[in-house]
Design a protein around this ligand. Structure first.
Ligand code: CIR
Length: 360
């Protein structure tokens, strides 16, 4: 690897938009990179590829296997610490004790009687490469292994594969229907961050979705993380969606798989922004006043940010808002908070956001 070229490229990108990957490519990292074995040098270059190829990167790195977080800690540790605001020796803890009947949305606003509530966790399985460095054979083997796990579930559901020629191959029409319902992920080759980092390689092989019969639980196979485990419930009690998600996680573990975990950072994810709990919990809310009927997205995003929440358009991170100012609101913290804290922060943040929306 020609590290001088890499350094030149970061220097070129820095004034356009300084990703964390560029910011932490210091002279010390530059020296250290050159002292690595050839194989590790290539691996580290792979880790940076998303950032090197995309001028709009905010983060700019993806881990290629769980071990990268230790092998390249000289580079990734300060980056992770900055992104997650980690001070001192914070170590990830888990707590799934999220009560039913405590976080009731209709108590915030009587209109929130039936809301789309979503919680997801990112997971990767111990013993496998992370998606950027899986080859086609590993992706297919992973998919087959997960199908064995799904077959043992006591929740009725079906696995739909996007692998060409798979016995349960998802038709284009059905895939579109699932995407419209926000069940299924997008064609990964449309995202430059995912293609350049290798996450989207071999698309659509080894990709698919397990969907429960009642369509409240789903598992994505082969997206940015090997697994995204999701629960979507229409209602107004945040605890219900959490309990549904925890049930699904338990089923996965009972099926015999062990999730990759780091002693400090918690759940290992491909993108370091998801480390910790790997949990993102959101509701679809409407904020016509704050967003001026969806024309001032920025106002809603900034206000949400001041309450440690993230507001996204309905179709994901970079999608637009509609005229009702419909937004997906979630707490931004993933690391150093427990799963229970994420639910509590969502609730507390929504209380503040709706006070302003309703002019209280
Ligand atoms: C970036 O650096 O901007 C992209 N790699 C995305 C970072 C946010 N993480 C994510 O969507 N998982």
């Amino acid at each position: 690897v020609d590290w001088n070229k890499v350094q030149e490229r970061w220097n070129y990108l820095r004034p356009i938009k300084e990703s964390l990957a560029a910011k932490y490519y210091t002279n010390e990292v530059h020296e250290k990179a050159q002292s690595l074995s050839q194989a590790d040098q290539r691996r580290l270059l792979d880790v940076m590829m998303g950032g090197l190829c995309n001028q709009d990167s905010g983060v700019g790195v993806y881990a290629t296997r769980p071990e990268d977080y230790d092998a390249f800690s000289f580079y990734l540790e300060p980056l992770i610490r900055t992104y997650h605001n980690i001070e001192g020796d914070t170590k990830q803890e888990h707590d799934w004790n999220i009560p039913i009947g405590k976080y009731l949305l209709k108590e915030i606003n009587p209109k929130l009687e039936k809301v789309s509530m979503r919680a997801r966790v990112a997971r990767n399985v111990k013993g496998w490469n992370l998606p950027p460095s899986m080859d086609k054979a590993e992706r297919l083997k992973f998919e087959a292994t997960m199908e064995e796990v799904f077959a043992k579930f006591n929740i009725p559901g079906t696995y739909h594969s996007q692998t060409p020629g798979h016995k349960n191959e998802l038709s284009n029409e059905k895939a579109e229907e699932f995407r419209k319902a926000h069940f299924l992920f997008n064609d990964m080759t449309t995202d430059n961050h995912l293609t350049t980092s290798g996450v989207a390689n071999d698309w659509p092989h080894g990709r698919g979705i397990w969907l429960s019969e009642d369509k409240t639980k789903m598992i994505w196979v082969g997206e940015e993380d090997q697994l995204r485990i999701i629960s979507i419930v229409h209602g107004n009690d945040l605890g219900v969606v959490d309990n549904s998600l925890k049930d699904l996680l338990t089923q996965m573990e009972k099926g015999g798989i062990t999730f990759a975990e780091h002693p400090t950072y918690g759940i290992i994810t491909t993108c370091p922004t998801n480390m910790g709990t790997g949990k993102r919990q959101s509701i679809l809310g409407q904020f016509p006043n704050i967003s001026k009927k969806g024309t001032d997205e920025k106002a809603l995003k900034e206000l949400a940010k001041s309450f440690n929440l993230q507001a996204r358009g309905m179709g994901g991170e970079h999608s637009a808002m509609d005229e009702n100012g419909t937004a997906d609101i979630s707490p931004s913290a993933r690391f150093g908070v427990t799963e229970a804290t994420v639910a509590q922060r969502l609730y507390d943040g929504l209380v503040k956001l709706y006070q302003i929306e309703l002019g209280k």
